[in-house]
Design a protein around this ligand. Structure first.
Ligand SMILES: Cc1cc2nc3c(=O)[nH]c(=O)nc-3n(C[C@H](O)[C@H](O)[C@H](O)COP(=O)(O)OP(=O)(O)OC[C@H]3O[C@@H](n4cnc5c(N)ncnc54)[C@H](O)[C@@H]3O)c2cc1C
Length: 466
């Protein structure tokens, strides 16, 4: 079907305020935060912005009947090209459908539509002394729909894990227009082992199985207190060894972050007043809970870290905690500034390896940077082995682009070789598809079969995941 006709049909369904067809408007939907989509942007045929299940259903039925691809999109903060119509099609922009349907505080849960922004949800939940713990760095931009689709996580995954365990049920519009409710039609239960767990199946499916239109999330009580410890190491291997010792002492911090020497230098060059100590690695531990337990765990972390660290500082006052954390808060921005003529690109940025291999992995990534002559800044969520690598290049220079793509390929293969994964939190999307077989082997065949069962025509977000 011609693009112009698709646009006209969508306007008939949704009205012209909810449909974009102008090429300039569509350009905005041709990329997300990934480097791949900056290199190869791809305009959709049209964008539809439904704000009810019925509207989603009508657009999807139209697409199904006419074999047109459908690509769901939240805020477009993804790093993998996941929300881009790489093979053409209609982008369903769900970001304007941002209703918090109900905060059911008595049952410790909340029901939202997909476009609610993560930080806004937590602001509302705070009024009930509740919170939704996963905390991506994109919290002020990304949608809950995008988080569920990507099983997003963040700094607190060490203690609170990713989005998946909090998703109690979903409403999903299937590729043929059917609407299903997972987790029980009327259920407000927190525990539920009834039936095959389609909720779990949908979480992290990156928009290739259906469109998530309603989300029932479990909430946790907000912790009353927090503390931050900063430990400075002259030897890289001492950082993961300390993390392991903290775990073995029975302490589970809410976050454990690492800055290696490349990140420390980047932060100090970007904002000299932060003045991080020059070192091979800095660890930041965040502990939360009730005040006596925070103090107790802080004491144990200090005792353990002092065995190997050059210095250790512990703080529970808000002002000092913010100061200690500031280096980590600005790392991503600082990485982007290490070269005046360069930019930080999002590629190979999210591998996750076993804790026992973190130091080897960081050394291997540095060696790859040297091999290809590319500046690389390393930081990440060491508590769960998630390493964020920031290559900095001049994207206008084809030679640098060619080299960085080779380096990123080696980083992904390194992750698998280390017994890890090509992506700890950002997902596969279009960019990490080539590694599916190497990572999952025969299981990919069964992923494909599952996809065919949900989407026999293959119209849901094709060109992604496998
Ligand atoms: C500065 C920055 C920091 C980040 N930090 C983190 C981090 O700490 N942790 C982390 O996990 N990620 C992080 N990300 C990546 C990204 O923010 C997350 O993956 C986020 O969950 C994407 O949400 P979104 O609304 O932007 O989704 P989009 O990018 O719009 O879409 C992501 C995927 O979800 C699918 N999708 C979106 N909505 C729906 C829906 N309603 N139904 C079905 N499928 C849907 C899309 O098709 C696509 O495949 C970061 C990104 C940036 C730019």
């Amino acid at each position: 079907m011609e693009k112009a006709i698709i646009g006209k049909e969508l306007v008939k369904i949704l009205g012209k305020e909810k449909v974009l067809v102008d090429e300039l408007d569509l350009m905005y939907y041709s990329y997300d935060s990934s480097f791949l989509t900056k290199l190869e942007p791809s305009n959709p045929f049209a964008v539809a912005m439904p704000t009810s299940t019925e509207e989603v259903q009508q657009v999807v039925r139209f697409a199904w009947e006419n074999n047109i691809n459908i690509v769901p999109r939240g805020a477009g903060t993804g790093e993998t090209g996941g929300c881009i119509a790489v093979n053409g099609g209609i982008v369903l922009d769900l970001s304007t459908w941002d209703e918090i349907v109900e905060i059911d505080a008595r049952n410790m849960q909340v029901i939202v539509r997909p476009g609610v922004i993560h930080a806004n949800l937590n602001d509302e939940l705070a009024k009930y002394n509740l919170f939704f713990p996963p905390d991506p760095g994109s919290s002020k931009m990304c949608t809950i729909g995008g988080m569920v689709a990507n099983n997003a996580s963040g700094l607190r995954a060490v203690k609170y894990w990713a989005t998946e365990p909090y998703v109690l049920g979903l409403e999903v519009v299937m590729p043929n227009g059917d609407v299903i409710i997972t987790g029980g039609m009327k259920s407000r239960a927190i525990k539920n082992v009834s039936g095959i767990n389609l909720t779990k199946f949908m979480v992290g499916s990156e928009g290739v199985l259906g469109i998530i239109t309603r989300i029932r999330l479990r909430c946790f009580p907000k912790p009353r207190a927090r503390g931050i410890a900063m430990a400075v190491f002259d030897c890289l291997d001492d950082a993961p060894a300390t993390v392991l010792d903290v775990y073995q002492a029975g302490v589970l911090p809410s976050g454990i972050e690492i800055l290696d020497s490349s990140a420390i230098t980047a932060v100090n060059e970007f904002k000299p007043e932060i003045n991080l100590p020059a070192a091979e690695a800095i660890l930041l531990f965040e502990v939360d809970g009730n005040p006596p337990s925070v103090d107790f765990e802080g004491e144990i972390i200090q005792q353990i870290a002092k065995k190997r660290a050059r210095s250790v500082e512990w703080a529970t006052e808000e002002k000092r905690m913010t100061e200690l954390w500031e280096g980590r808060s600005v790392t991503a921005t600082a990485a982007a500034r290490v070269r005046p003529d360069g930019s930080r690109i999002f590629a190979g940025e999210d591998i996750s390896v076993p804790l026992s291999r973190v130091a080897d992995t960081l050394r291997a990534i540095r060696a790859l940077g040297d091999k290809y002559g590319i500046k690389v800044v390393n930081y990440g969520h060491i508590g769960d082995g998630n390493v964020h690598t920031a290559p900095v290049i001049n994207p206008e220079n084809p030679d640098e682009v060619e080299k960085v793509l080779k380096m990123v390929d080696e980083i992904h293969l390194l992750a698998i070789e280390m017994g890890g994964t090509t992506t700890g939190e950002h997902g596969v999307g279009a960019v990490r598809r080539p590694y599916a077989e190497a990572e999952h082997g025969k299981a990919v065949e069964y992923m494909r079969k599952a996809k065919e069962a949900f989407d026999p025509k293959g119209i849901m977000n094709p060109g992604k995941v496998f």
